[in-house]
Write a protein that binds this ligand. Sequence first.
Ligand SMILES: [Zn+2]
Length: 403
Amino acid sequence: MVKTSVLFLIKQKSRSEGNMMTQCRICGATLSPPDYSAAAPAITSISTNLAIPTETYICRNCGHGQSPDLPKIQEFYDTQYRISLQSDQHDQLYVVRDGQPVFRTQRQAEMLGAIGLPLNARVLDFGAAKGTTLRSLLESRPDLRPSTFDVSDDYIGFWQGWVPASEQATHCLPAEWQGRFDLVTAHFVLEHVVDPIGTLKRLAELLAPGGKVFFTVPDPLSNTGDFLVVDHVNHFTASSLMRTCELAGLVAHTLSRELFRGAYVVIAEQAAVSASSSGGLQTDVGSDITQALDALAFWAKALGSLDADQHVEAHVPTAIYGAGFYGALITSRLHQKPLCFLDRNKYLQGQDYLGVAVLAPEDCPDSIRRIYPGLNPLHARAILADAETWMPPAAKIHYLADQ
Ligand SMILES: [Zn+2]
């Protein structure tokens, strides 16, 4: 998931001391030693490598997953992250529906459209970047009054002509924006920030009476590679999301894993105006903790077996099925680059990914002997069920661990 707009949030004080995390960012409980740790390189959300180790901790009290603050974090967001945003749109593809691509921002706009906002509602896109989601929403709801905020001046040009100048802000939230908005959105922001409760509190303060905060964060239990993404310093579970909202003075009325694939969608309002204190949503912290620990154990074993493979047979012609995050994760652990990526996504075929050609599975070279699934391990076997129809006869799929 790609998001730029977090620079000033990341500058906030962190509770971590040195590189060793001692306290949960959400509930403040004392943390055990890391539940997952791996030597460099670490993998980022934009599929680049950083020369630092990966550590993930699971809080035994609230179920939150977290990783240490990035060293040189500002440099990462200033340079690598922005470059990625200016590149191709293919990583923004959400789904192909009836033969038509649906991009991430379109899906986000669809979800906002379904909220049922009142006529002429004021909507703030916090961390707007180009503001594509809000602009897309305005196509179906031209009555809405848009505002945009980001921590970079780079995007101002994209807001001209559809956001009034008085409704644009960068770096600092204007004082007059307090208590003003019917809806504040934050798409894929909170996983990056070292103070998610403080950030959410700020958003809550911007709400008019009856206003709502809408935010999305990755769901690491359905997309377990998220636990290893080094610039996602938070890996929320349902339990830790509910606790985060509560500590920010919000009540979540919607906490969905179905609305947006691979993510939690949260809609919350101020606790002071909410009719119920819990929002009626129940979470199972014990189950969240168990699932998170199982996922981390899986990855420790899977990436360990990958390493063992290389020591046994280093120079086997190798392909990776899946030119996305998981493909990059596997690649980061190989001793040499794969010969090609294979991918069903026709928007990727014919392109390069990490400097390696992406081919349709049917075009897999006959020389390939080993294929690693660069796929969400929860779906890899189903996705590769038809592999017999295209795989070279001498090739073999090496599933990671017991996926
Ligand atoms: Zn905690």
